[in-house]
Design a binder for this molecule. Structure first.
Ligand code: MN
Ligand code: MN
Length: 464
């Protein structure tokens, strides 16, 4: 009797005991995905590779979308989507989606980054998204860039990702840091101090003038390697990411550590779920957005009209015509999952949580009933009908799930792209993988949570 009255969190390792081999296999595949996806551009390329290999075609090249058609679209190299047309009428029944984000908090180079100071050539940086700035010192960094030459040729720059030759922002020695240790937590390292050292050898000059000679040497190296000058650096896009690779964590290998798992763990889970779909009567789509970490603003973010544009394009290619009412009717009947991570309970910091309302590691995907902060400001909230139907689906297929809030009331908070999809008048719930070390250069997830979440997403796509 008691069992029927309580709704308890369940340990997913116990439930998926017989699937252990598969859980570890999926994790190794996921670690490869992480290592190939250090930036949003490389993540989009990785996802595109999987879709193309599975027979997905660019929607722009398809005249008519009919049941069974598999397609994709890439927006400016930084957002990607996939779709499978079902037999149901999308204007009558809507479609189903999973949306996640592929951008991650990290460091960008400033527009004019390269300078020389006291024997060093260095880069000026500006952080992107919510970082704890002191996480970025004393860790080996890799440089990624995309620049365009005067003739329009695109050049991709990748340096240091092999872990052999990296860049570094050294910390101050403990022996001389007394005036720094009185700083407040958020300013242990200030934004203007996040300048990695990129070189120290001066170029040789005939006139013995050493001004900017180290900087010139770096420009010379970049020119020889990539055919670029300072001009291309000023107009290009550069990012610094940790050079370390993903790996297994724990003496029992039960967890995965690595950079960028917010939100690439959900990006991977939704990709695998999508590729595994065997049957669907409804039309399904998945979107992997950029710019979530800075508020989803921008033409590759979820606030852009890209989602509506693609659904509109689909309507036109299914029905042979399009008007705004057809789009709005479709959206009104549409539902989906905002696939994003949220901080799991950490026994080292018990005081920062309401444990009862926090996801526990290894206990399956979480439902973030509402996001936002304080009095639920800037939050969307899932409807009880939709949430009840979703949890029924999970229960019927023995997928453990748990409820989540982000920390304590007045203790912080945060949003996801659920807001953007909600504002389009679709039904949406936040559901994703519990995570530790969130927004740090080395985040931690549970292998079994990844496995259970992937299964849950696939169930939603096939059966909801
Ligand atoms: Mn996220
Ligand atoms: Mn985030």
């Amino acid at each position: 009797m008691k069992e029927n009255l309580f709704c308890k969190k369940r340990n997913a390792w116990k439930i998926f005991k017989k699937d252990e081999k598969q859980i570890h296999e999926m994790s190794s595949d996921y670690i490869k995905f992480l290592d190939n996806s250090k930036t949003e551009r490389t993540c989009v390329k990785t996802i595109l590779g999987f879709l193309k290999k599975d027979g997905y075609k660019d929607i722009e090249t398809i005249k008519k979308l009919t049941p069974g058609t598999k397609f994709y679209s890439v927006n400016r190299g930084k957002t990607i989507m996939s779709g499978i047309i079902g037999k149901d009428d999308i204007i009558k029944n809507g479609l189903k989606y999973i949306v996640s984000h592929v951008d991650v908090p990290h460091l960008h180079l400033k527009p004019d980054p390269l300078f020389e100071d006291t024997g060093f050539a260095m880069f000026k940086t500006q952080y992107y998204g919510g970082v704890k700035k002191h996480h970025w010192i004393n860790i080996p960094l890799a440089l990624y860039g995309t620049v365009y030459l005067k003739d329009g040729k695109e050049v991709d720059i990748r340096y240091g990702d092999d872990g052999k030759n990296v860049l570094l922002i050294p910390d101050l020695a403990i022996h001389i840091d007394k005036d720094v240790t009185t700083r407040k937590y958020s300013e242990i390292i200030k934004g203007e101090e996040l300048n990695p050292i990129v070189g120290s050898i001066p170029v040789e000059r005939k006139d013995k003038n050493d001004k900017d000679a180290v900087k010139e040497n770096i420009l010379k190296i970049l020119n020889e390697k990539y055919n670029i000058t300072e001009r291309e650096i000023l107009t290009g896009e550069f990012q610094l990411v940790p050079s370390h690779k993903g790996c297994e964590v724990g003496l029992d290998n039960s967890m995965i550590g690595g950079f960028g798992q917010d939100d690439r763990v959900c990006a991977y889970a939704s990709l695998k779920a999508f590729l595994n779909v065997k049957k669907t009567s409804k039309t399904i789509v998945s979107f992997w957005f950029d710019r979530e970490e800075i508020g989803s603003i921008g033409n590759t973010g979820a606030e852009s009209i890209y989602f509506e544009y693609i659904i509109g394009l689909m309507i036109e290619k299914i029905y042979g015509n399009y008007n705004e009412l057809m789009l709005k009717r479709t959206l009104e009947k549409t539902c989906g999952i905002s696939a994003d991570v949220s901080p799991a309970f950490d026994p080292n910091f018990k005081g920062s949580y309401d444990k009862q309302n926090t996801a526990i590691f290894g206990h399956g995907p979480l439902f973030h009933k509402y996001s936002g902060s304080k009095g639920k400001s800037y939050s969307n909230e899932v409807s009880p009908k939709f949430l009840s139907e979703m949890t029924n689906l999970f229960d019927n297929n023995n997928i453990p799930w748990q409820m989540q809030t982000m920390g304590k009331v007045d203790g912080g908070g945060g949003g996801t792209i659920a807001n953007c999809l909600c504002n389009l008048n679709t039904e949406v719930v936040d559901s994703g993988v519990p995570i530790l070390g969130l927004h740090s250069p080395f985040e931690l997830v549970s292998k079994v949570d990844l496995f259970a979440t992937t299964k849950a997403y696939q169930l939603f796509l096939e059966e909801f």
